[in-house]
Design a protein around this ligand. Structure first.
Ligand code: 13P
Ligand code: SF4
Length: 306
């Protein structure tokens, strides 16, 4: 019998999350994939997540339900340009966000997720290191602003979070007379992050909502992809939780790549009759990409257990 483990990111639809053994943020899903005793891992997320799962658990067959599930942070990054940028900063530590291809990771010294990026970069600065950050320009700009760093930044964005903007937010805020809060993912632009009461990874934002004990009639705006609104509303049906608006007719904001994980595509992958196996990464590439991921996982396990 093939042991199948299905992982889903919070940005997939409620139906897909219900089909999964584990739903989580990028860090949690990486750890779960690494430790999964599975013959087949179906990754209902995007390609860089499935590639990370394969790198961490090469014995398992890892299948992505739809190969179109990329990420703009990956597609906006030209690897030969990145290589040159890395060479131009040879005396820097290269910290790369997990939303990157395996080739990109192999050019990094550390991988981070939105959950541990602050702590890892602080740790490097404490050691007197100089840091370059790729590929998310918004996240890097926020870290530079928040902590007074001067990291040179790569110039890519998440096409979903980059759509949140202060003008649309201010309009929405002006329609709420009572208390209001904004919680945001750090892939959002700096003017939006400046307005935020809390900034964190998808799981951290979910925990913030879960633990909220303020005025129960307050409106909580969430500047991230709409999938996680399902988890937030399920955790706290008593609260008025709304996605932060953008300028479209529906004012809604979905990741088109995450939403390629349809019920049929995930089911076909689970039953071994669909999806694409992540079998194109060479051993050498996986070995190089694994080093900075392992560094992050080791740091996270040690640091957060303290
Ligand atoms: P998290 O690591 O916070 O789950 O974020 C993943 C992601 O793709 C955000 O757009
Ligand atoms: Fe990439 Fe943005 Fe989609 Fe996350 S939400 S997978 S960063 S495009």
């Amino acid at each position: 019998m093939t042991k199948v483990v299905t992982l889903a990111h919070y940005y997939t639809t409620p139906e897909i999350q219900e089909m999964a053994d584990k739903v989580g943020d990028s860090l949690e899903l990486s750890l779960f994939a690494r430790d999964a005793e599975a013959d087949l891992i179906v990754f209902a997320g995007v390609r860089f997540m499935a590639e990370t799962a394969k790198i961490l658990n090469p014995q398992a067959k890892v299948v992505l339900p739809d190969m179109g599930s990329t990420c703009s942070l990956v597609t906006m990054t030209d690897i030969s340009r990145l290589k040159k940028w890395r060479e131009e900063h040879s005396d820097y530590v290269h910290v790369a966000y997990i939303n990157s291809s395996a080739e990109h990771k192999a050019l990094a010294d550390w991988i981070v997720t939105s959950r541990n990026v602050d702590d890892i970069i602080a740790h490097l600065y404490e050691q007197g290191k100089k840091v370059i950050y790729s590929p998310d320009r918004n996240m890097g700009a926020f870290l530079n602003f928040q902590y007074g760093y001067d990291m040179p930044l790569w110039d890519a964005v998440c096409e979903v979070h980059d759509k949140f903007n202060k003008v649309a937010l201010d309009e929405a805020f002006s329609l709420v007379s009572g208390d209001k809060y904004l919680i945001a993912h750090p892939e959002s632009p700096l003017p939006v992050l400046h307005e935020s009461d809390y900034i964190g990874s998808t799981s951290q934002m979910l925990n913030w909502v879960r633990d909220y004990n303020g005025n129960s009639s307050a409106v909580i705006f969430v500047a991230t992809e709409d999938g996680i609104l399902y988890n937030m509303k399920k955790a706290r049906p008593d609260l008025d939780i709304r996605q932060a608006p953008i300028y479209t007719g529906c004012k809604c904001n979905s990741c088109p790549y995450m939403k390629l994980n349809t019920i049929e595509a995930v089911k076909a992958a689970q039953e071994g009759r669909g999806g694409t196996e992540i079998d194109y990464l060479s051993e050498e590439l996986m070995k190089e990409a694994k080093k900075p991921i392992d560094r992050m996982l080791e740091f996270s396990e040690r640091y957060y257990r303290k």
